[in-house]
Design a protein around this ligand. Sequence first.
Ligand SMILES: Nc1c(NC[C@H](O)[C@H](O)[C@H](O)CO)[nH]c(=O)[nH]c1=O
Ligand SMILES: CC(=O)[C@@H](O)COP(=O)(O)O
Length: 154
Amino acid sequence: MQVIEAGYAANGKKIAIVVARFNGFIVESLLSGAIDTLRRVGNIAEQDITVVRIPGAFELPLAVQRVAATKKYDAIVAIGAVIRGGTPHFEYVSGECVKGIAQVGMQYDLPVAFGVLTVDSIEQAIERAGTKAGNKGGEAAMSALEMINVLAQL
Ligand SMILES: Nc1c(NC[C@H](O)[C@H](O)[C@H](O)CO)[nH]c(=O)[nH]c1=O
Ligand SMILES: CC(=O)[C@@H](O)COP(=O)(O)O
C-alpha cells in the first residue's frame, strides 16, 4: 500500500491571505491565527506572507481568483466571517463565497483554504475565532500548508 501524506513545514513558500473586512473584530482574530500558524508551524518568513483586504465575503471569490492569476503564490488562505442575521442574505453571501472560492482552487490547481466562518451567532463566531472552538483562521492556514506539500508529491 502506498500512502501519500505530508507535514506543515513549507520554508520559502509564498502565501497570500485574502481577508474580508466585514465583522472586523472577528476576522482580525482569524487573520492573526492564520499568520501565527504560517510563521510558527509552516516556517513561512514574514516577507513571504501577503495580506489582501477586501470589503466582504461576497467579494472573496473575485479577489482570490485575481490573486491566483498572478501565479506568485503557492497557496491562498481566504478569511472572513459571515454571521446570520434576520433575513436570507446569509445564505446568498455564504453560498456564493464557498462556491466561488472552491472553483478558484480547482481552476488554478492551487491550494485555496477556506477560513471563512459561516455561523448563526456572534457567540459562535467568537468561539471559532480563538476561544473554545479553536481558531479557524489558523486551521485554514494548516490546511494550506499541508496541501502545498501533498500536491507536491502527486
Ligand atoms: N453580512 C455579511 C457580509 N455582507 C457583505 C457582503 O459580503 C458584500 O460585501 C456586500 O454584499 C457588497 O457586495 N459580508 C461578510 O463578510 N459577512 C457578513 O456577515
Ligand atoms: C450575512 C448577512 O448578510 C447578515 O449579516 C445580514 O444581516 P440581515 O440578514 O439581518 O440583513
